[in-house]
Design a binder for this molecule. Structure first.
Ligand SMILES: [Zn+2]
Length: 302
């Protein structure tokens, strides 16, 4: 097995640097899906009270516990909040704001926008903005695609509506700039399925998971390996947790131990997504001009 401490440095990215004294960065993020992620997939689940209570655990019990962990650690985090969650749990969402954490946009009813027309996607974006503004009085600077399913229209819509960053793509260890249209720029803060708590932990009969629920000891060990390797590679550790998932006691305790480990690493900048995006936006980077793949023409008859 390769020693994580010997992980190779990230491929050169001309113009990229971290703030003075930092060699890598970490952001601890929380997607406050609550009921929305299940209702988007299956509206009939609204009638399943136990399923809804499984999701309500996030705002009702998980968020207060996680806010306590972040407060004890003295770090600020980013909470991506669907508009529907803000409307259903306004006091909880305001408690996140009042604790000094960043609130980002996470759809309205956690829609998978890859399946939407550009017009429908824009309507969802605006509805989410309206809900967050009504509850928090703030306009988010960042967006994370629900289900981590963005579309080829998403970046353009985010620039049009004044966002500074996206956190939905998976093709780099480092943040980067995306080209949007002729002159638009959007910071990308990449994510990855291996740094998400849903896959190892969630089980909802008929809805999600296999019933094989991982031990927090194993999950935190896996995340620690990736954190240490990304630090050596000079990258961004962008961890996604859900309050309904990792707000439960042993998982939250595991996350707290991981945060303590992160805080002990020399040269690791722990910041919100907004802080990291503002740093990256002013770097002299060549933007990535990524395009939808064109399918090859079908062979003709014969
Ligand atoms: Zn989500």
């Amino acid at each position: 097995m390769t020693d994580p401490a010997s992980a190779p440095a990230a491929p050169a990215s001309p113009g990229f640097s971290w703030p003075a004294g930092s060699r890598a960065a970490a952001c601890f993020t929380f997607d406050v899906d609550a009921e929305s992620a299940i209702l988007a997939a299956d509206p009939m689940a609204a009638g399943r009270r136990s399923v809804m209570s499984h999701q309500a655990y996030g705002p009702r019990t998980g968020v207060p516990r996680l806010l306590g962990i972040l407060d004890r650690a003295g770090i600020r985090a980013t909470f991506f909040v669907p508009g529907y969650t803000a409307e259903r749990w306004p006091a909880v969402v305001r408690s996140i704001r009042d604790a000094g954490h960043e609130i980002g946009h996470h759809g309205y009813l956690h829609e998978s926008v890859a399946a939407l027309s550009p017009e429908a996607e824009e309507a969802v974006l605006i509805r989410g903005l309206t809900a967050l503004d009504a509850v928090t009085g703030q306009r988010p600077s960042g967006w994370r695609a629900p289900m981590w399913e963005s579309s080829w229209s998403s970046a353009g819509l985010l620039v049009k509506h004044g966002f500074g960053y996206d956190s939905s793509l998976m093709d780099s260890d480092l943040p980067y700039l995306l080209t949007v249209g002729a002159a638009g720029r959007l910071v990308e803060l990449p994510i990855h399925w291996s740094l998400d708590d849903w896959e190892p932990y969630v089980y909802l009969p008929d809805l999600s998971g296999s019933g094989a629920i991982a031990s927090p000891a194993d999950v935190v060990a896996r995340w620690t390996l990736e954190l240490d390797a990304l630090v050596e590679a000079g990258g961004l550790f962008n961890l996604t947790n859900h309050p309904f998932v990792s707000g439960r006691p042993s998982r939250a305790a595991g996350l707290e131990s991981l945060i303590q480990h992160a805080r002990s690493i020399d040269g690791l900048w722990i910041a919100t997504c907004d802080e990291i995006a503002r740093w990256v936006a002013q770097l002299p980077l060549e933007p990535v001009d990524d395009r939808r793949p064109e399918l090859p023409a079908a062979d003709g008859p014969g």
